[in-house]
Design a protein around this ligand. Structure first.
Ligand code: IMP
Ligand code: MG
Length: 188
């Protein structure tokens, strides 16, 4: 059952790809993996969520993490407006927090062409992170580039344009609680 607020946007969604219950269970499992990776860590953990797509994933993930951590934000734009093909990445908000000497876990919604993560991983290394790892909720398996290491993956998906659980189309649908596929006629 969906709440009334999500019902209001469901006519635009052709089908649910990953149900919110499945996401919740997988996020909990990822949190256990992350807690194992960083327990006993002396340098201190900084999460770097990539805005805006990672916000829902981040919010759910960190509440399952029994670790001391800081958060440093960064925003990179690759799909401006209503485009579904990536453009050259542009840093919109530079890294906001302390990176030097910290163990950094970059958090993003989806690994597609890898351009966004390649840029953010380089930025974090330039700022002197002690270690750099990356967690994504989704990975489009057919496209994942070999030079962009991602240690934690929630779900492998087909090469489809998906929305919901933080992912947008033209900045809409981030609040849709599942990961869904838009009706094709809504996209150019
Ligand atoms: P990449 O740079 O091509 O790997 O794309 C990563 C960024 O593009 C993500 O942070 C998303 O914000 C966005 N993106 C990629 N694929 C999708 C999609 O299927 N739906 C919505 N956003 C996407
Ligand atoms: Mg986006």
């Amino acid at each position: 059952m969906y709440g009334s607020r999500s019902d209001a946007i469901t006519p635009d969604i052709a089908r649910i790809l990953i149900h919110r219950d499945e996401i919740r269970a997988r996020v909990r499992a990822l949190a256990v993996q992350i807690a194992d990776l960083y327990s006993g860590d002396e340098a201190g953990l900084t999460l770097v969520p990539i805005l805006s797509g990672s916000i829902i994933f981040l919010a759910d993930l960190i509440r399952e993490l029994p670790l001391k951590m800081k958060i440093a934000l960064v925003q990179v734009s690759t799909y401006p407006g209503n485009t579904t093909t990536p453009q050259a990445p542009r840093t919109v908000i530079d890294l906001t927090g302390q990176i030097e000497g910290r163990n950094v876990l970059i958090v993003d919604d989806i690994l597609d062409s890898g351009r966004t993560l390649r840029r953010v991983q380089a930025l974090v290394r330039e700022r002197g992170a002690r270690t750099v790892r990356t967690a994504v909720l989704l990975r489009k398996a057919s496209k994942a580039p070999p030079d962009v290491p991602v240690e934690l993956v929630g779900f492998e998906i087909e090469d489809l344009f998906v929305v919901g659980y933080g992912l947008d189309y033209d900045d809409h649908y981030r609040n849709y609680p599942h990961v869904g596929v838009l009706h094709p006629e809504l996209m150019p």
